[in-house]
Design a protein around this ligand. Structure first.
Ligand code: 5AD
Length: 387
């Protein structure tokens, strides 16, 4: 714990709880360089220059929860609610497969209803069947002769649809879903409680993650960095939480204020008078330091260079790819829906098409001497070793 804490401490940061007195700028810079270089070398060992894509479709912003930081929370009145017709989601999946994305991530607000479960089962089954058939055709396999275990064929389907009862997770797994992303948001139950309403319990989130793993999903989790009230000790604890949980994928992003949410008010009270631009740049560095630390501590898991990094810096994701991250998540949501899925201010790419996002990301990858590994699921070696 203390070692993790000192690794994220070096540069000056406004978050309280640093392990030691802040080092001078030169020493801090050297420590950062050492951490980032170490993370990059661990990534290289497991992945070389390869970067995996997970195409993300934000298929609905309807939400029955009230997370205090989120732009699509139930009480966010300005949000215009939508749910994509199932066949439009399948069309996007088709596109993703043809553009060799490997994994499709279906993400939405949280909704625990029989209708939503039915919708998800239908979509997962259709995406699997459709892309497995396309894949079999391309590989000249006879679809009727396919082995039952078709892992690796067609698109890998990942879900990011929140907290549900164990039975529903089982139903979704049985329908063919492969992975599940559920951020713990903070491993500190008290901090978690301060940014969620009392009905949303940290313990239930942990229960969900354990159930998902137990059922056989590859699991992803993560936290927001720079939440009001968050300390560096909390962040060090987050990395230990990922390790203890046995997460296969980590997605961490800076917390970004969204007007009209309670956590944005908490943030404004804590950071009153602070230069917001400079502070957010620090949070970008701190987030990438967390990615680097996760890479060094957890080894061969998948780590995402998240979209929120780009909201702070036009090349935020590329920076993260040189500091331990190995996964990019191009947004494939049809343009007409994008502007309604604004979790935070300044979310990038909301006027782009899927084609534009893909082209743009390909160009960005070559900038940092990485390359897309197309058409593979990109399972983390951590998962392959554990099954
Ligand atoms: N800033 C940054 N990330 C956010 N998320 C939600 N709201 C915000 C925000 N204001 C993240 C949460 C959630 C994921 C889908 O988006 O971590 O798990």
């Amino acid at each position: 714990m203390e070692a993790l804490l000192s690794a994220i401490t070096p540069a000056s940061t406004r978050l309280p709880g640093a392990a030691a007195a802040p080092a001078d700028a030169e020493r801090a810079g050297l420590l950062d360089s050492a951490l980032f270089a170490h993370a990059e070398s661990v990534s290289n060992r497991f992945f070389g220059k390869d970067v995996y894509y997970r195409g993300i479709v934000e298929f609905s912003n309807v939400c029955e929860n009230d997370c205090g930081y989120c732009g699509i929370r139930k009480h966010q009145r300005r949000a215009r609610r939508y749910t994509m017709p199932a066949d439009e989601v399948v069309e996007v999946a088709d596109w993703a497969f043809k553009h060799r994305m490997g994994t499709l991530m279906l993400q939405s607000g949280e909704l625990n209803t029989p209708q939503r479960l039915k919708y998800l089962v239908e979509v997962v089954q259709a995406v699997k069947a459709r892309t497995q058939a396309l894949d079999a055709e391309q590989r000249s396999l006879d679809p009727s002769q396919l082995p039952k275990d078709t892992t690796g064929l067609g698109l890998c389907v990942a879900l990011s649809v929140g907290e549900l009862p164990r039975e529903q997770y089982q139903t979704l797994r049985d329908a063919g879903a492969d992975r599940y992303l559920l951020r713990i948001e903070s491993s500190n139950p008290e901090l978690y409680a301060s940014i969620h309403p009392p009905a949303q319990k940290w313990e239930n989130r942990v229960r969900c993650l354990r159930d998902l793993k137990d059922i056989g999903f590859m699991i992803g989790t993560g936290v927001m960095v720079g939440l009001p009230g968050q300390t560096l000790r909390d962040l060090a604890g987050d990395v230990m939480f990922f390790r203890d949980l046995g997460a296969d994928m980590i997605g961490m992003g800076p917390y970004i204020t969204e007007a009209g949410t309670p956590v944005a008010d908490m943030w404004a009270a804590q950071f009153e008078g602070v230069d917001k631009g400079a502070h957010m740049k620090e949070m970008l560095t701190l987030t990438t330091r967390m990615n680097a630390l996760a890479r060094v501590t957890l080894g061969n898991v998948n780590i995402a260079a998240t979209t929120a990094l780009q909201a702070i810096d036009a090349v935020g994701r590329e920076i993260a790819l040189r500091r331990g991250a190995n996964v990019l998540m191009p947004i494939l949501t049809p343009t007409k829906f994008r502007e309604h899925y604004t979790l935070y201010e300044g979310k990038p790419c909301i006027t782009d098409t899927a084609e534009e996002c893909q082209k743009c990301l390909n160009a960005r990858l070559s900038m940092v001497d990485k390359k897309l590994r197309p058409g593979v699921w990109g399972d983390p070696p951590s998962y392959r070793q554990s099954v």
